[in-house]
Design a protein around this ligand. Structure first.
Ligand code: GLV
Ligand code: MN
Ligand code: MN
Ligand code: MN
Length: 405
């Protein structure tokens, strides 16, 4: 195997990385994201691929004419705040390296082959994850997506325009989708199942249903030293009740619930807050358990808000239904990837992916690469060079098979 992966990885690794914490901040349409996208355009072009941008800001690099029954691989380059190096980039660098590997083997695909880089997979800036793939498949309307605003009120449409793209082309692209015969995403594992099974590469079976809900608590700002407790309308209290109930409800339902983002106004140590805006991320093996968690949090927030003279409003920001990846494609891939007796481990994940969105429109599969720390969405996320190479080889084998190379 060539050292293509190593070379590409070294080029991309510094982009958006904080040199002290090692965490990444690549937010859609910001400067680090622009640098990462420019890197992709240049790396893919240097490998003889035809690079373009679709109407939704996703990048596409084609080996051969874009045509029917194309095999597409890829992932994303944006990150969560202080994210790890691998979530996203492994699937993009891995895709380019896998194409290099096919060339090294002297193979030529008989079907078109493309690498896709999807925009705003994490939803870190505009709130809705997998925004580029949702737009492509029509899972979100261009009107709603275009109007999504970041913390400073800048909309997706304006940010795209500032990046030199035309937001007038946002929306489902049936022509492009119709060309895709299969999509395969290579991704870092975001847990330790592969560490436990002793395999460097696994195959995804399903993605848990999950979603994001926003809770807005409004009360009255006042002086921390003079306002009697009985006279306060403190939105921090129902917010705290909601956070604790999220934990209890998740435990009771075998689910996961996280409040990882919160904004407090006016955010002063010596002022009772006027407003708390918080985001609940909830995930469960089935829709019933997910609903049960969200309903309990909602009830706790309302009950506590009423008790403390606070108003609360809840909004669903994004829903990601259960994904059961295409069984035929999964089995074909598992047969190719091989592994110890019984084939590679099949993994269900609670993490969302563009592959989950694409799965609603085209046969889709995912490969996971072992992560020794099991940690993700944090700088401690890891993969060894040897495991990355195993992932690239597995992806190259799969692409060779699917394209009839
Ligand atoms: C995206 O990585 C998510 O699962 O939140
Ligand atoms: Mn992620
Ligand atoms: Mn990812
Ligand atoms: Mn993800």
């Amino acid at each position: 195997m060539s050292d293509d992966f190593e070379e590409l990885w070294t080029e991309l690794a510094p982009v958006g990385r904080n040199r002290i914490t090692g965490g990444y901040r690549r937010f859609s349409w910001g400067s680090a994201d622009a640098e990462a996208r420019a890197w992709f355009v240049s790396a893919a072009s240097a490998r003889g691929l035809d690079v373009g941008t679709d109407g939704n800001g996703n990048l596409w690099a084609w080996w051969g004419e874009p045509g029917p029954e194309a095999v597409v691989t890829g992932s994303h380059l944006d990150s969560v705040p202080d994210g790890g190096a691998y979530d996203g980039p492994l699937g993009v660098v891995g895709a380019l390296a896998a194409i290099g590997e096919l060339r090294r083997r002297g193979l030529r695909p008989r079907r078109p082959l493309a690498v896709a880089v999807f925009a705003e997979e994490e939803g870190a800036r505009f709130g809705v994850p997998c925004l580029g793939s949702r737009l492509l498949t029509g899972a979100i309307t261009p009107e709603r997506a275009g109007g999504l605003a970041d913390a400073d009120g800048v909309t997706w449409a304006h940010a795209m325009e500032a990046a030199g793209l035309d937001p007038g082309r946002l929306g489902a692209d049936r022509e492009l989708l119709g060309r895709i015969g299969a999509f395969v995403e290579l991704h870092i594992e975001q847990g330790r199942a592969l560490v436990h099974s002793g395999a460097p590469v696994g195959v995804a079976s399903a993605v848990w249903p999950h979603g994001r809900w926003r809770l807005d608590f409004s009360g009255q700002a006042d002086h921390a030293g003079t306002t009697l407790l009985a006279d306060r309308s403190d939105p921090m209290l129902p917010f705290a009740a909601a956070v604790l109930e999220a934990r209890r409800a998740a435990e009771a339902n075998g689910a996961l619930a996280t409040v990882g983002k919160v904004r407090v106004s006016p955010n002063g140590t010596n002022a009772v807050p006027s407003r708390v805006r918080a985001w609940l991320d909830a995930r469960a093996a089935d829709e019933g358990a997910l609903r049960a968690v969200v309903d309990r949090v909602d009830a706790a927030a309302r009950g506590s808000a009423a008790e403390h003279g606070v108003t609360v409003n809840g909004f669903l920001e994004s829903a990601s239904p259960l994904v059961d990846f295409d069984h035929r494609l999964r089995d074909r891939i598992a047969a190719r990837v091989g592994g110890e007796a019984g084939g590679p481990p099949l993994l269900t994940t609670g993490a969302g992916h563009d592959a989950g969105v694409l799965a609603t429109a085209v046969p889709t599969a995912m490969l996971f690469v072992r992560n020794p720390t099991g940690t993700s969405h944090a700088p401690e996320e890891r993969a060894t060079g040897a495991d990355c190479r195993s992932g690239v080889e597995a992806l190259a084998d799969v692409l060779a098979d699917l394209t009839g190379a």
